[in-house]
Design a protein around this ligand. Sequence first.
Ligand SMILES: Nc1ncnc2c1ncn2[C@@H]1O[C@H](COP(=O)(O)OP(=O)(O)OP(=O)(O)O)[C@@H](O)[C@H]1O
Length: 334
Amino acid sequence: MRNVMIKAINLTKKFGNFVAVDHINFEVYDGEIFGFLGPNGAGKSTTIKMLTTVLKPTEGTAIVNGYDIIKEQAKVRQSIGVVPQEYTADEDLTGWENIMMMAGLYGIPRSVAEERAKELLEMVELTYAANRKVSTYSGGMRRRLEIAMSLVSRPKVLFLDEPTIGLDAQTRAAIWQYIRKLKEEYDMTIFVTTHYLEEADMYGDRIAIIDKGKILAIGSPKELKERIGGDVISLQTNNDEKALTVLSNLFADGILEVKKFQDGIRIKVKNGEEKAPTILEVLMKNGIKVTRMSITEPTMDEVYMEITGKSLRDEEASSQEMFAFRRTLRRARG
Ligand SMILES: Nc1ncnc2c1ncn2[C@@H]1O[C@H](COP(=O)(O)OP(=O)(O)OP(=O)(O)O)[C@@H](O)[C@H]1O
């Protein structure tokens, strides 16, 4: 059995009447990267703030590294590292001085701190800029420094709140490389929030999908994708309503489900390439023109869409509620 490093038990946070985090339960195991994936406002930061004892839960609790976040705050704090969303490094100090200052806060003796600062700066490849003021650092360099700062106390569990937000694609990939390196070299447990689907998919050992304060699914990227159970054919037509009715009455082997979304129709099938011609033919016969079609193997996008009924990308762009409903197709022959 793997050790449980974080266990949330009905963890809840209300701001007035508004429930930002709503009775969530999950476990994070020793040595894994646990991705907390959700749109802006889902409750990710509030969860991290409770787990790291910055905010007190309204209800429920969590155990972090064996300590209760309400009853044993000091012990929790001593055993974790935190990289919050907002920059925390002091701009007027150098990278080296920032790490040493952090070591001072933890009461680490100077000689030990110096050794660690050297090692950590090497790890995040900032040795060359150790004596430069942080005000001269790029966004990516600051993030790397802050990761190094959070590690000076040799925490067993590291919390990172959107560590790649606002960084360019190349820097984001580099930050994730450091996160993976930490997991492997320091054998740490890492809890990381993100609203980037690809990042959760590529780097998370397990992912929790959170929306409106509730956890909707938990599993490895592979497990979550397997839930989809087949390929997805996405269609846009000149008459989606009619197409939906036609497809819902189509009795065909291998068609698992037909749903209408804001951006068209999605058909879940066992074998997309095989089924697509039949679907096109039936629609054409009914006078419906297909304006766009794609066949995709399940991606995290599909998983997110399936679980939440909306696209994470669309959600960023539009607040319009998605119109989605579901029809189960009966199978028949003939
Ligand atoms: N101190 C507060 N008072 C009132 N409402 C708050 C407070 N902090 C957060 N909220 C609300 O709680 C909800 C969840 O916020 P939270 O910051 O946890 O979301 P998030 O998933 O981390 O998103 P983001 O990445 O945008 O920070 C939001 O609707 C937010 O407006």
